[in-house]
Write a protein that binds this ligand. Sequence first.
Ligand SMILES: [Mg+2]
Length: 420
Amino acid sequence: MSISPEPTPVPNSSGIRITALETVIPDHVMPGLLLLRIHTDAGVIGHGETYYAPHGVAALLHDWMGRRLLGADPLSIEHHWRFLYERAAAFGARGAEMRAISAIDLALWDILGQVCNQPVWQLLGGRAREKVRVYNSSGGPSYGRRMGAAADQGWPGHGDIGKPGPLEDNWASNHAAGDLAEELLEEGYTAMKFWTFDRAYHEFGGAFLPWSAVKACVKPMEEVRNRVGDRMEILLDGHGFFQMPAALRIAEVMRDLRPLWLEDVMRVENSDALADFRDKAGVPIAVSEMLCSREDYRCVLEKRAADYVMIDPTWVGGISETRRLAEFAQTYNLPATMHDCTGPLTLFAGLHVATAVPNVVFQESVRAHIRTFYSRLIETNVTVENGFALPPTAPGLGTRLLPSLFSTASAGYRISRSTS
Ligand SMILES: [Mg+2]
């Protein structure tokens, strides 16, 4: 008996057909983003998104995956997911292929929600919590956005540290961390994430960190502990920069600060090495939005390499796979946590899963992004009140990409239409 899906689409049970795929790269706002609209003959438009190497993802969507989707039933979400995954897996599905599947999955859930007139979280099983606890990550208004050269998205983990000023949280987390912690507490945030070791990697590389650099990078977090005590949870993201000896030095100086977690201090390819690090670190470990397949998460869970399971909905396979992984983590008694910093629909997708799946404990958020440029991408922004994000209430994802972005004159604009 075959366990694969039928090679051709199943009979159309909704009576709705996909008529076009449309993509654009908003390089004047966030050059790494790929925005997707899936049009239907019912007039409903689904919205999706992914982040990184957007031209590559667009090529997969239009030149390859569109052959499956155009003319098909948009509500056969799982059928399309499995078919595209299995065909992509013949060449290795991690990377651009999985990001393309993620963008499609978001758009199809958005269509389903609009057809049913329900928010996605309702269709995932209903509300498991009234609101979603968020923490603030250290991105400033310019992080992830290099506007100087068109379509230059920069390198991951090498974002702009910013300058002194309002919402310049990357700069402030390095140079005025105590003040930033007090400001965030006043707004209701009770957890903040630091990226202060990025600068040490940029100077020294990942193999060896002198103690002077380690102590300089931990100083802002010590300042927060001294200033506000335990009222603020401290998280550290190493962006996968370090090897074991440097990672252990970082863990050693973090121990006294009792962080909520250390995240991606080491790269994540080797789950045995991650488990070894967790054994020696003496602090909780979060792993990782950099894992982009179910199998990678299985290895980390079975090797006992994590205390928290971090998931990015638009890198790992969309809302469908994020929900599965969050449930999977619960079988190991490990909470899941949603990644952000990579675009507004990623945040909305995470909120839907976090609202519906009891095992999700935190949603990452970047207040600088939400308040300075998400309104240039989406119609309805996310609402964060007193450290919690409110579940979206409108049908589908609960927001729409601005129609004005999808102009034939826009960067990277492409459209593929059904011919039948
Ligand atoms: Mg991270």
